[in-house]
Design a protein around this ligand. Sequence first.
Ligand code: 2AM
Ligand code: CA
Length: 279
Amino acid sequence: MVYTPGRKSFTAVAINTAAKAGEWILSKLGNYSSLKTKYSPHDLVTEVDQGSEKLIRRLIQTHFPEHSFLGEEGVEPGPEASAKAVESVMNDEYLWIIDPIDGTTNFVHGFPFFSVSIALAYRGEIIVGVIYDPSRDELFVAEKGKGAYVRGRRMQVAPQQKLSESLLATGFPPNRDALGSNIKGIQALVPKVRNIRSAGSAALHLAYVAAGRLNGFWEIGLNAWDIAAGALLVQESGGLVTDTAGNPYTLAVRNVVASNGHIHDELLSELSAANATGQ
Ligand code: 2AM
Ligand code: CA
């Protein structure tokens, strides 16, 4: 007989877990001891990533031992293995999708832009998304159908209507096969937007689209755990999330475009015209 404590809400567990993991990784900033590369020299992992995932897994399993779990450090590195892992669990009843540190390269360099990302999906649909930035002590929370919040305030995407008024973000895929697409996209978009940022945490970039601090974000070759929580944050803040071909977001999406909605079509067509969709 497995002991399950009194049932707490999914969201309360996600928030509590993200806060605990975030506090712990921040305490390890500047003193990790083991740095290894995974799939490529650009794909880093430390014992703090692994420790954070273990902590998250333990906390969630204490409350929901029957739920499935998909975490970055529990999956073999590389795009094929990741896609397969997602496919094998994506229709499970309850699935927690975890990135124990999104922005590991920043964490390693002491650049304070990394996060813990925790999402819960019910039969493939994200119902809870929590992203915690421990450096700024900012917690972003979304519940399906109930809106999205940062520091307790309701979030809303930015009002800008045109690409030319937009601040965008992107990321450089660690899988360098996709780098060509990324560079083409940047080359096409830089002259057409206010500016482009690349701060190294896909999850936080998505949270910033939700908070109206960015108008849009795109990246090629991401994994489900980089996107899942952030996708719900953006949707619940009134924004739009698709793949680079304009198809609706699912857990299988790796080439992602998120925006305030107003600039979405313009952004998709620029990426397509530049042959920068990664497809
Ligand atoms: P990570 O720090 O959790 O690995 C930066 O462009 C984004 O790419 C980050 O969100 C980073 O997440 C992610 N990333 C890093 N390595 C990756 C890999 N091998 N495949 C896909 N995304 C990766
Ligand atoms: Ca990670």
